[in-house]
Design a binder for this molecule. Structure first.
Ligand SMILES: NC(=O)CC[C@H](N)C(=O)O
Length: 335
């Protein structure tokens, strides 16, 4: 496995012709970096409040291994809600999507990601979708493995297959989240009460919060975006990692619910399936498309962005602006 990972990394790093694309990307990135001051690092998780808010980085990977990157692309950050896509896919692989969708719906809410209000209004308490906390905590209890440790190991192994390296949990962020998880704990208790959790409250929370605390860089999430863009097929490994039908579901959820209660605006004005996290990450999946003449990545790509200064919805301010610009210039809008 270790060898395979090195080869996967080299296939990407040795691509020579991305310099011109890097230069353009760099100009755009530095143009949007000043807008980081319009946002703030998430403060409700104390460990996240300490990071440098002026960071902005991007990595884009094509199916041939072509790589374009700029800015703080190598900075490490935690997945946070980007992990919700991965958990959903892993649970579908484990049980089949029908089983998962009996426990979590596929409807956007228009409410904040940690909202509790609809759980009681929407009888019989079924979470609206797996991209909000209530849905993701439910999905965490469905992951393969008996103990929280086994479930987390299965997620780490799944991520390793996609990104080509072993990622790990940022213990400081995990502890910080665990100690301040009152709201998530209340969601989990409600879900236990309505019968949607398949594990204890504490076990589901441990898995969910550890998943959120997995540390990655922009290349890692670009790689996952690339696999999603290719419907579960890993173009560098040349291997189908999960069923096409599951990838389609995940991407539909990213478009409709991936950017929390700003998902409508993202679909309307950016038009790329994307998932954000409060740490400032955005993972996007761009399918093969008829691009503007001369634009890079005509066969699709995965995009990873990091910009920890977020807006009131929990989305990276400058990261969203950069993604919008890239999507417009290179004709990535899927609609
Ligand atoms: N929107 C997010 O990224 C939220 C994830 C965070 N761990 C939480 O549960 O609050």
């Amino acid at each position: 496995m270790a060898n395979e990972n090195i080869q996967l990394g080299q296939a990407i790093q040795t691509e020579a012709d991305s310099n011109e694309t890097d230069t353009i990307l760099h100009t755009w990135l530095e143009h949007y970096r000043p807008y980081t001051t319009n946002g703030r690092c998430a403060a409700y998780i104390p460990a996240l409040a300490q990071v440098d808010p002026s960071q902005l980085g991007v990595t884009i990977i094509g199916p041939d291994g072509k790589l374009a990157k700029s800015g703080d692309c190598d900075a490490l950050f935690t997945l946070q809600s980007v992990s919700k896509v991965i958990g959903f896919i892993a649970a579908c692989v484990e049980h089949g999507s029908a089983y998962v969708l009996e426990r979590v719906d596929v409807e956007p809410t228009g409410d904040a990601f940690n909202s509790i209000v609809r759980l009681e209004v929407h009888k019989p308490g079924k979470p609206f979708n797996p991209m909000i906390n209530a849905g993701a905590i439910t999905v965490s209890s469905l992951l393969g493995g008996k103990s929280p440790q086994q479930k987390i190991d299965s997620i780490l192994a799944f991520i390793e297959k996609m990104v080509g390296r072993r990622v790990s949990i940022n213990e400081e962020v995990y502890q910080s989240e665990w100690q301040t998880a009152d709201r998530n704990r209340s969601l989990a208790y409600y879900l236990k009460g309505t019968g949607f959790l398949e594990s204890s409250v504490e076990d589901a929370l441990e898995v969910y919060l550890k998943e959120c605390s997995i540390e990655v860089n922009t290349q890692d999430i670009a790689m996952i975006g690339l696999v999603l863009a290719h419907d579960g097929y890993h173009p560098l490994r040349k291997e189908q990692l999960f069923p096409k039908e599951v990838a389609k579901l995940a991407k539909a959820l990213m478009v409709t619910c991936g950017m929390y209660n700003a998902s409508g605006k993202f679909a309307a004005f950016i038009g790329v399936p994307a998932k954000s996290g409060v740490s400032g990450g955005i993972m996007a999946a761009v399918p093969s498309h008829a691009s503007s003449p001369g634009a890079p990545f005509p066969a699709g790509c995965g995009i990873g962005i990091y910009g920890p200064a977020i807006d009131e919805y929990g989305n990276s301010v400058a990261g969203g602006m950069l993604l919008k610009h890239i999507a417009k210039e290179w004709d990535f809008n899927i609609f």
